[in-house]
Design a binder for this molecule. Structure first.
Ligand SMILES: *Cc1c(COP(=O)(O)O)cnc(C)c1O
Length: 219
């Protein structure tokens, strides 16, 4: 079943866009099956769950942290995490940098933006992001790599509202790219789109879609 789903999804994703298989709540054996079908990028939203699965699965998996991350948990995933999508404070960036340094590596991150109309708890607005990017402290963080931005649209059926939220994220991306990362080829990712809205997200310029239920079935 995963294979059929994967083929359907892949046929809709343009070359160069990363499909992240969101494996939260699915077992390591299900993840292993998806791995055997060729998937290498997996997304988890909880550090504890990722910590359980990581040792059980192949080491060439690229793990994406897509849920809210508390500073005191960074140390657990710092040795191996591929990309943290959910950076929403300078404090968190400082801690990621510190743990990256300890592990003698650089950690890639995305800045999470709040774009939904409804109450969701996490994510920056443009002004907060600018304050971070313009701070003296940010300039000293040599072991993090800011690769782009991430956002979640509202959980509703109104596709035009969702489209507008994705459009606003795309605009934020262009603004930040222009203002702070013009000559930095690593800043190129817009992580947006889930099972219910990834087609719209792709139409609006997504470079990373995070898909769980459409691939693995209902949780
Ligand atoms: C769960 C989750 C997804 C995937 O959701 P599906 O609807 O199962 O595709 C994507 N992004 C984040 C941040 C999530 O928590």
């Amino acid at each position: 079943m995963i294979q059929n789903n994967l083929e359907k999804i892949k046929s809709k994703i343009p070359f160069g866009v990363t499909l992240i298989a969101v494996s939260k709540t699915y077992s390591s054996s299900v993840i292993q099956k998806a791995y055997e079908l060729g998937i290498r990028d997996f997304g988890e939203n909880k550090v504890q769950e990722l910590e359980q699965k990581y040792p059980e699965l192949p080491k060439d998996i690229q793990w994406h942290l897509i849920g809210h991350l508390q500073s005191n948990k960074v140390k657990f995933i710092a040795p191996y995490i591929h990309l943290i999508h959910t950076v929403d404070s300078l404090k968190l960036l400082i801690e990621i940098n510190k743990q990256a340094l300890k592990n003698n590596r650089s950690i890639s991150v995305l800045l999470q933006f709040y774009i939904a109309k409804e109450e969701t708890k996490f994510g920056l607005n443009l002004q907060e992001a600018q304050e971070i990017l313009e701070s003296q402290e940010f300039k000293t963080l040599h072991n993090i790599k800011v690769c782009g931005i991430m956002g979640m649209a509202s959980f509703i059926d109104d596709i035009e509202l969702i489209r507008n939220e994705f459009k606003s994220l795309r605009k934020i991306f262009s603004f930040i790219k222009e203002a702070y990362f013009q000559n930095d080829s690593a800043f190129k990712e817009i992580s947006m789109g889930m099972s219910g809205d990834y087609i719209t997200a792709l139409e609006e310029g997504s470079t990373m879609v995070r898909i769980g239920t459409l691939l693995f079935g209902n949780r």
